[in-house]
Design a protein around this ligand. Structure first.
Ligand SMILES: Cc1ncc(COP(=O)(O)O)c(C=O)c1O
Length: 482
């Protein structure tokens, strides 16, 4: 093979390999008809899991860059002769294109051919339990309202009744007190973070994120040209003493640290607020799944403790309804409100009016609160089942990390069970072979030494199937690799 592949760090491995192979095909270094090494050879050569190379090959085949001949191997597609060699694209374009191209892939590529039968993926909710009939009524209502209203663009900050519903909900359930006028509706938490980065940062500004942390937030900050500094977390949350003094933004997940799961202690919250006030920094509090709290005393949100106006509170309906809805919100500190509203307008004018009106009705008519109560009970059951399995059947390999909220847990891989740099990938691969989806957390570390562990989401497997999924996982872990 006429292309040299290099891997930087442990983040977005599939994306790194995919981009380099694709570039090799496009610029002709990989000639049409040329045979590629097998996925197994390539995985060994690059020190990645076989699943990673399999996923990359599958995607390149689906996109027409490669072709596989059964029993013979994988080759560069012959049609590639039609692509005349040309200079690297980025050289012709503005340097910022190179920045965008270098960003890690935000979404992991999942194998489409053999989806897991039991998928412990994080970040998904159980749609089978969502009250679609009630939602349909709310959408019909929204359509009637829309049909009657005069045509035209709407307020970039969102529909008034939804902002009111969100403001009330936050006061009641998260002790976050706001005026409805302070709430800006966004396309998920992701857009809220992106807008904050746009208005509060200049290229080169220093931003602190948790390490390990939530990759899409980090990517959004990188895309804004920030100098993103990973700051370690301990069992109380981000270590305030390690924050770079020049940080303009500190992005944190205090209710349920992503991915590890522990809540930030009250002492740490107060220290972080004092630090931000002293350094003139903005704290972005991502409260992405804090509504599901299962044990312990609730700790006040940073926003509710914030007397100095340094916290932007970000929330989402992705974990309480489903991520496809694309509805989130932000309550920025008052001085940022005007800029944020303008940034939202410049980005997409406003979020979908029909969805907002339907959601407002869903909340104001009490359906949302009812759904949350039901899901809370359901997820509590699943969490208890999962914890029980981790403390018993799965305990030879895994140990749950303390966590009191959210819809996923992290279990570290016991060092006395397995050691070595590849244990996480090995367990993921063994589970995948048994059609069980579990996900390593190593890719969520930037600078810190990864603590091998698995992220286990319980939104995507029904309570009635969870036991079977856990049994299958146990059987997969017991199986010695051949
Ligand atoms: C830390 C964190 N923040 C935010 C989100 C939700 O993002 P969005 O509202 O854009 O779907 C997730 C989803 O997995 C998350 O894990």
């Amino acid at each position: 093979m006429n292309v040299h592949l290099t891997i930087h760090g442990r983040q977005g491995l599939a994306g790194q390999i995919y981009r380099q192979l694709r570039a090799g095909v496009i610029d002709g270094r990989l000639a049409p008809g040329e045979r590629l090494p097998s996925t197994r050879e390539l995985a060994t050569q690059l020190g990645v899991s076989r699943k990673t190379t399999l996923d990359v090959f599958e995607r390149l085949i689906a996109e027409g860059y490669l072709r596989s001949r059964t029993g013979d191997g994988t080759f560069v597609a012959d049609e590639m002769t039609r692509l005349a060699p040309r200079p690297p694209r980025t050289a012709m374009l503005h340097p910022s294109v190179a920045l965008w191209e270098s960003l890690p892939d935000v979404l992991p590529m999942t194998s489409r051919e053999r989806p897991p039968e039991f998928d412990f993926i994080g970040g998904v909710t159980d749609k089978a339990l969502f009250p679609f009939d009630q939602w349909r009524r709310c959408v019909s209502h929204a359509l009637r309202v829309l049909a009657r209203a005069p045509g035209g663009y709407r307020d970039p900050a969102g529909e008034q009744e939804l902002r009111l519903a969100v403001s009330r909900y936050l006061a009641f359930s998260r002790a976050v007190v706001s005026n409805w006028q302070d709430v800006i509706m966004t396309q998920g938490a992701q857009q809220a973070i992106d807008l904050l980065a746009r208005v509060a940062l200049r290229p080169g500004d220093v931003v602190a994120v948790e390490d390990p942390g939530y990759p899409p937030a980090r990517t959004s900050l990188l895309a804004a040209g920030a100098n993103v500094v990973p700051v370690p977390v301990d069992d109380e949350g981000i270590i305030v003493d390690r924050l770079p003094p020049e940080a303009r933004i500190v992005y944190v997940t205090p209710s349920h640290q992503f991915p590890l799961g522990m809540p930030m202690s009250l002492e740490r919250r107060l220290a972080l607020l004092a630090w931000a006030q002293q350094h003139g920094a903005l704290i972005v509090e991502d409260d992405y799944d804090g509504e599901y709290r299962f044990e312990g005393r609730p700790v006040e949100s940073l926003k509710s403790l914030d007397k100095a106006g340094v916290v932007a509170y970000v929330g989402t309906f992705s974990k309480t309804i489903f991520p496809e809805l694309r509805v989130g919100y932000v309550i920025p500190p008052a001085p940022l409100g005007v800029a944020m509203r303008k940034a939202k307008q410049i980005g997409d004018w406003h979020s979908c009016t029909m969805t907002q009106t339907a959601l407002a009705k869903f909340m104001l008519d009490g359906y949302f609160a009812k759904h949350l109560r039901r899901m809370h009970k359901e997820y509590a059951l699943r969490r208890a089942l999962l914890l029980h399995a981790l403390q018993h059947d799965l305990s030879p390999w895994l140990r749950p990390l303390p966590s009191s909220a959210g819809i996923h847990l992290v279990a570290e891989i016991r060092a006395d069970a397995m050691t070595g740099s590849g244990v996480e990938a090995m367990l993921v691969e063994r589970a995948a072979a048994a059609r069980v989806g579990v996900y390593g957390i190593a890719g969520m570390y930037v600078a810190g030494r990864p603590r091998p562990g698995l992220l286990l989401g319980y939104g995507g497997i029904g309570t009635d199937r969870l036991r079977a999924g856990l049994d299958r996982l146990k059987a997969a872990l017991e199986r010695r690799p051949s």
